[in-house]
Design a protein. Structure first.
Length: 200
């Protein structure tokens, strides 16, 4: 019997996408031997409606710049193009329906996001369909989920970059340049987002 295709799904607002995101995607791909990792850019993230700065299409463009030609990493635009709130369970079920061969799905996320996953829409249905690959974050408590979840830790990650800090960075160009590839920094300068190049 053929082994299932191992698909990683790394969802988030990517607002903005940064080198910490890239490190997590690479770690999941390599440590779990995933055949492909899809960075799934949220269109209308119902739990983060007060936080998003950039449009979905711009965040998709920036994420494509982030991964470049990185092997076995790609973006997925389905949540950006979907109208209304985007729920992970809907995306996972769609991926399973579309598959032409057996697949296994691993959701990739930081421990802070994973800590709240049991509040997500149809969380118990989601638990039956996926494995969680969880990246550590400084200052976060150890993960404590019910036994219905299959959880694999990602190791060796110590990036100082976080989207929240970058959005609030003000004039700290040093932090932005540390965490953003040059192509993304220049694109944000054009847009004047995250206080890059707009004097605000």
């Amino acid at each position: 019997m053929a082994l299932p295709v191992r698909l990683g799904v790394f969802g988030g607002t990517f607002d903005p996408p940064h080198l910490g995101h890239l490190a997590v995607a690479r770690a999941a791909r390599d440590q779990l031997d995933l055949d492909e990792v899809r960075l799934m850019i949220a269109g209308d993230p119902w739990q983060k409606r007060d936080r998003s700065v950039a449009s979905g299409l711009l965040r998709l463009e920036l994420t494509e710049l982030l991964i470049g030609n990185e092997p076995r990493l790609k973006t997925d635009d389905r949540e950006v193009l979907r109208t209304g709130p985007t729920y992970t369970i809907d995306t996972v079920e769609a991926l399973l329906r579309e598959a032409t061969e057996m697949i296994s799905i691993t959701l990739i996320m930081g421990v802070d996001a994973a800590a709240g996953i049991e509040t997500w829409h149809r969380a118990q249905d989601l638990a039956k369909l996926v494995t969680l690959a969880v990246a550590p974050r400084p200052g976060c408590e150890p993960l404590n989920l019910s036994d219905s979840w299959s959880v694999v830790p990602l190791v060796g990650l110590d990036s100082p970059c976080a989207s929240t800090d970058l959005r609030a960075s003000g004039h700290d160009e040093g932090l932005l340049r540390q965490c953003l590839p040059e192509a993304i920094f220049l694109r944000l300068t054009q847009e004047g987002l995250y206080a890059v190049g707009n004097g605000n």
